[in-house]
Design a protein around this ligand. Sequence first.
Ligand SMILES: CC(C)(COP(=O)(O)OP(=O)(O)OC[C@H]1O[C@@H](n2cnc3c(N)ncnc32)[C@H](O)[C@@H]1OP(=O)(O)O)[C@@H](O)C(=O)NCCC(=O)NCCS
Length: 190
Amino acid sequence: MQEVLPEGGVIRKLWIGETAKYREHLLRLDPQSRRNRFGGAVSDDFVRNYVDLTTALDAVVHGFFIAGAMHGAAELRPLGLQFPRQAEAAISVEGPWQSHGVGSALLRRTLLAARNRGFRLLHMACLAENQRMQQLARKFDAELSFDFESVVGEVEASRPTPLSLMRELMSDGHGFATAMLDLQSRMLRA
Ligand SMILES: CC(C)(COP(=O)(O)OP(=O)(O)OC[C@H]1O[C@@H](n2cnc3c(N)ncnc32)[C@H](O)[C@@H]1OP(=O)(O)O)[C@@H](O)C(=O)NCCC(=O)NCCS
């Protein structure tokens, strides 16, 4: 799976202990992107509490990293025991890195993780005016049904296969290796 990302960028899962990076990324979103990400204007405190909650829940977070800093994120959150095969996904990319394929790469990883966890239905709630997210969801054949002031994209995730599990493992390995190389080169520079 060859992805063209902005120079120096890698996509990998967020590691335990990296919550602050996720928080900083979300706090850096410009007002319009933050509004689109959360479906309305929210305060810094809201964002901080949200990140604490995400890490407490069983969420899978993929990040887009450059030189160790997170500039994009995709979150996959199970809806809970009552809806065992359903999850919610949300994506955010900081302004300077938007429209460079980062959102597509993050969504691709999230769909793979969803498939491997047996989720059949992925909810993506976004504002009706958020054309870009809708375009992005359409690229992955999302079926969109319109709701009051919002669009809910429902992506049917296909079944896990040995190949899809291997692809996720390989993606994680690649992320880990590049993160280690990145850390090493920064330590050498210091
Ligand atoms: C929506 C968002 C995640 C998309 O990420 P991105 O990195 O900009 O997306 P990509 O570059 O992968 O582009 C995905 C598709 O969006 C569309 N797109 C890209 N730039 C666009 C633009 N300026 N205007 C309209 N559509 C655009 C294209 O269809 C593109 O696919 P293509 O390149 O194959 O033609 C990003 O813009 C973002 O974080 N927005 C703020 C938060 C948000 O809206 N989150 C969604 C709530 S769930």
